[in-house]
Write a protein that binds this ligand. Structure first.
Ligand SMILES: Nc1nc2c(ncn2[C@@H]2O[C@H](COP(=O)(O)OP(=O)(O)OP(=O)(O)O)[C@@H](O)[C@H]2O)c(=O)[nH]1
Ligand SMILES: [Mg+2]
Ligand SMILES: [Zn+2]
Length: 342
């Protein structure tokens, strides 16, 4: 995993990207206002299934049209709308509709993209399923970054080990997942290809809104495909030379589970920074470390070679794992850097 700080050219690209986003949002708003000049249905509730550039795929929650999909444009000033958002919208005569309001969110999973713009991934999520596999090789620090994002946005995280059919006898991945299980995170071991333990995954997901996240190629789309055989999802191979994913899924998409509950497929990530997190709040994202914060001899303790550090004492006493403490220190000391995964 490479690290880097942003160069001037990258900062320029961030600005360009933000400008492009504003232009798209403006075009969508323009289209929305022209639709609003025409005849529109009364206001109704909808659910955002996916977001493509200027348009939104909205599913009607109204009795007469329940479950039907509509292409919609968003009114100005609504801010970014995202998969999982519940909205108020009005249908146009030609089927295109206008989203006019967004309902309060129970949660919002965001992460900054490589241009440092904070990008919402999905809203109203109960569970983040962090998918890992033996190929592509997992990065423990990336798992911790996801756990921090989940803990700090109040969303229940779970780990899903996929591709158990590929596990070599000497693989270290089972020990890695057992480590997180011992911390108290729900862990499920499955194979989308062979179907092993897919029933357990199905049971775990019932009645919740979950999003699958993780590196490209770990099999997020394959898992959803295995759960929903009647849907057709794009599944990509791994590049042969480096056994990395090929970034097949490009936009978050919400699927309904027949037993109840929703499942969002999300694009595999290329990088993961946590710049939007304050140094002070980072430790709250480490559930077994946070209780030591504030118990050190010095109020401004850096939890690293400081005398009287409660966290160091806990590591020495075997109460917390040095790996997670090191992961915390690593993330804290590189908060303004990006982890690049490709
Ligand atoms: N052996 C094996 N291969 C699997 C399994 N699940 C998925 N794969 C393969 O892994 C590759 C990547 O699968 P995808 O489902 O596209 O992965 P993804 O996580 O959705 O990737 P992105 O959309 O790029 O983020 C494909 O070649 C799948 O056939 C599994 O359980 N066992
Ligand atoms: Mg995918
Ligand atoms: Zn300390």
């Amino acid at each position: 995993m490479a690290k880097r700080n942003l160069t001037r050219q990258q900062k320029w690209r961030i600005q360009k990207k933000q400008e492009a986003y504003l232009i798209r949002a403006e075009k969508s708003a323009l289209k929305a206002s022209s639709l609003e000049d025409g005849e529109l249905s009364s206001e109704q509730e909808g659910l955002i299934i996916a977001h493509y550039g200027q348009t939104l795929q909205v599913e009607s929650l109204a009795d007469e049209t329940k479950g039907q999909g509509f292409r919609c444009y968003a009114r100005t000033n609504l801010g970014p709308l995202v998969t999982g958002d519940k909205v108020i919208w009005r249908a146009g005569k030609d089927q295109d509709g206008v989203v006019i309001a967004i309902q309060p969110r129970s949660s919002l999973l965001s992460r900054p993209d490589k241009f440092r713009a904070l990008k919402p991934v999905a809203a109203n999520i109960d569970v983040i399923g962090i998918v890992i596999a033996s190929q592509p090789e997992p990065h423990p620090n990336l798992i911790d970054r996801y756990l921090v994002a989940a803990e700090l946005s109040g969303i229940q995280p779970a780990l899903i080990l996929n591709k158990t059919d590929l596990l070599a006898p000497d693989s270290e991945v089972p020990a890695l997942i057992a480590f997180y299980e011992a911390l108290g995170y729900p862990c499920i071991r499955v194979s989308a290809s062979s179907g092993t333990q897919m029933g357990a995954l199905r049971t775990f997901l019932v009645g919740k809104t979950s999003v699958l996240v993780g590196q490209s190629g770990v099999g997020k789309s394959s898992l959803i495909q295995a759960l929903l055989p009647e849907e057709t999802l794009k599944v990509g191979g791994l590049s042969e030379a480096v056994a990395k994913g090929t970034h097949t899924t490009t936009t978050a998409y919400l699927y309904h589970l027949p037993e109840g509950g929703d499942l969002v497929d999300s694009p595999g990530i290329r990088e993961f920074g946590l710049w939007h997190i304050e140094e002070k709040e980072l430790i709250d994202g480490f559930k077994e470390l946070r209780r030591y914060d504030g118990h050190c001899r010095f109020r401004d303790c850096k939890h690293f070679q400081d005398p009287g550090c409660a966290l160091t004492r806990a590591v020495e006493a075997g109460e917390v794992s040095p790996a997670r403490r090191d992961s915390y220190l690593l993330i804290r000391d590189t908060l303004d850097e990006v982890d690049i995964l490709i």
